[in-house]
Design a protein around this ligand. Structure first.
Ligand code: GTS
Length: 215
């Protein structure tokens, strides 16, 4: 398998964490696509992913899977021992809901802030920016942090009693927040404690780099 990737990207981090949790890293060849040069918006890459985003998983038969959630669900299903996306119908539904909520209320909101209310990937890539919209999304992301803090006051993991894809998505959101210097509010001590605990996982350790410039 190949993964078209940006090594320090928050969304690619989601798939890298999933690969490590499933112990599949050795089966993947990473192909770097340079976001800063706009390589993800070239016709060649758009032919791989209409949305022009990373990561994209390319199977040995040429099948192309984009979208972190889809890629994670595929990887988790490879060995019929789901670890990240749920074993029962209820677990699957809950994990997918909380992962999607983490995208909508946190990760994607931080991404929009980065692309619209900061220089983002630079003027050659950010062809349209709406700073007001970006700032609104920044505020939405902070509300999302407070929401997940409330969830993690009541349960050890984002979707319940065990680690899942939903935790990985929140981790992605906090990685992106760190890269754009959007701090977790001090009063969100449950979210901060959970994040510290997540960073002890071998799959997450060393991924949370505060110094790396935004993707
Ligand atoms: N919904 C997509 C979003 C992926 C995404 O936005 N990826 C970023 C990569 S990174 O910023 O996390 O490194 C990207 O391609 N950004 C480039 C762009 O939006 O122009 C997914 O879940 O895979």
């Amino acid at each position: 398998m190949k993964i078209y990737d940006w090594p320090t990207g928050p969304y690619p981090a989601r798939v890298r964490i999933a690969l490590a949790e499933k112990n599949l890293q050795s089966q993947v060849q990473f192909v770097t696509v340079d976001l800063w040069k706009g390589e993800h918006k070239t016709p060649e890459f758009l032919a791989k992913n209409y949305s022009g985003t990373l990561p994209v998983l390319e199977l040995d038969d040429g099948t192309l899977l984009a979208e972190c959630t889809a890629i994670t669900e595929y990887l988790d299903a490879l060995d019929d021992a789901p670890l990240l996306t749920g074993r029962t119908a209820r677990e699957k539904g809950m994990i997918h809901m909380m992962s999607k909520r983490a995208e909508l209320e946190l990760l994607d909101a931080v991404s929009v802030y980065f692309h619209h209310a900061t220089p983002g990937l630079g003027p050659d890539v950010e062809l349209y920016q709406n700073p007001e919209w970006g700032l609104r999304q920044r505020d939405k992301a902070v509300r999302g942090m407070r929401y997940f803090d409330g969830i993690l006051r009541k349960q050890p993991f984002v979707a319940g009693e065990f680690f899942s894809m939903a935790d990985i998505t929140v981790i992605g959101g906090l990685i992106f927040a760190g890269l754009v210097t959007l701090p977790v509010p001090d009063e969100c001590d449950a979210l901060q404690a959970w994040y510290a605990r997540m960073q002890e996982r071998p799959s997450v350790k060393n991924r949370v780099t505060m110094s790396t410039p935004a993707p």
